[in-house]
Design a protein around this ligand. Structure first.
Ligand SMILES: [Zn+2]
Length: 360
């Protein structure tokens, strides 16, 4: 609960709806606690009880001593740092490290596609209260990063990819000069303007070992922004990193014994994940472009040869082409989400799906 204390001389009894008021008709000083969040408005907190006692006290020195005691906890209830992350998993990481001291938000809201997202005017306005933006290089940022920065020039920007050697998006050799290549609606979108054929893969968070690196950067940045909470951020960081390391061991156990090492996805979000576990991602879509008829036929041939039975899709993308491929290979379509908020549990679920699909 964010609360603050005001001391006023002989004030009246008019207060805004979210303010607690402790009457002062018989006193020279009165005290108000304003409860900014309305959750516990009708139950007096310990501090409020102290205030009510102060009201009846006669000794001014005693009152001021009580007030000092009161201010210590109140001042520590500073507003949490507002932090924007480009996508939901990064928001989760910021929340895990920052805990109660951060108000972490995702720019690309759940269910939306980070390749084509347009921030809302409300989100751009909310940036003015933010101290940090954590970017990942997902394609919407290409069009929006300048506007995000200029919405709040004093806001710091942390790049989650810092210190990570980025992989290239796989090229579709058979598709690059496909005259029939169809384009998604969002290819017209300016988020894709200027993208070269060989983009760096922004989906760094799908590898839990890279996440242990990313959260180190988040801990360091938060510690600079709120040095008083350095130890708290360090504890949260260490707990989360231990969880991620255990997850990595667990995922290796599930994936290492599989003899089939190739999986097919519609959108290539799992490259860093695949690299970490010695798997190969075969992608239908390539940097926002769906394959044309020839590209699709080649992918179907490849899937048959590799005995691929499942095409993985994600909720934020259209599933028509994935279904088309799955039908042609007599397989199925399974949804796995690289953008889920419950990062650790989700990755566990995803890997069970991968392991099931790769079973001989
Ligand atoms: Zn993506």
């Amino acid at each position: 609960m964010a609360a603050y204390c005001l001391i006023l001389d002989e004030i009246g009894d008019r207060f805004v709806n979210d303010t607690y008021w402790f009457g002062c008709s018989h006193e020279t000083i009165c005290y108000i606690i304003s409860i900014k969040q309305k959750t516990a408005q009708h139950e007096p907190t310990l501090q409020q009880v102290v205030l009510m006692h102060m009201k009846s006290g006669k000794n001014m020195i005693r009152k001021f001593l009580l007030l000092l005691l009161l201010l210590v906890p109140v001042l520590s209830l500073a507003e949490p740092l507002r932090i924007f992350a480009s996508v939901v998993p990064i928001q989760t990481f910021v929340q895990r490290i920052g805990g109660e001291h951060v108000d972490a938000r995702a720019m690309v809201r759940p269910g939306f596609n980070p390749h084509t997202y347009d921030p809302t005017p409300q989100q751009i306005a909310a940036l003015s209260g933010a101290v940090l933006y954590v970017r990942t290089g997902v394609p919407f940022e290409k069009a929006w990063m300048d506007r995000i920065r200029s919405a709040n020039p004093s806001m710091q920007v942390l790049d989650a990819r810092e210190g990570i050697s980025l992989r290239q998006m796989e090229a579709h050799a058979h598709d690059e000069h496909d005259a029939e290549a169809s384009h998604n609606d969002h290819d017209e979108h300016d988020a894709h303007a200027g993208e070269s054929d060989h983009e760096q893969d922004p989906h760094v968070w799908t590898n839990p070992l890279l996440v242990t690196h990313i959260v180190g950067g988040i801990r360091d940045k938060l510690s600079k922004l709120a040095p008083d909470h350095r130890a708290y951020f360090a504890r949260n960081h260490d707990t989360f990193v231990a969880e991620l390391s255990a997850l990595n061991v667990e995922l290796h156990k599930l994936l290492d014994p599989l003899s089939n090492r190739k999986f097919m996805v519609f959108h290539p979000a799992w490259g860093y994940f695949a690299d970490n576990y010695g798997l190969t991602q075969v992608s239908i879509e390539h940097e926002g472009k769906e394959p044309g008829a020839r590209g699709l036929a080649a992918l179907i041939d490849q899937a048959k040869q590799e005995k691929i039975k499942v095409v993985f899709v994600q909720p934020q993308f259209d599933k028509r082409q994935a279904r088309q491929v799955a039908q042609a290979i007599g397989g199925g379509v399974v949804s796995v989400d690289p953008l889920a908020a419950d990062y650790v549990d989700n990755l566990r679920r995803v890997v069970r799906q991968f392991a099931e699909a790769l079973k001989p």
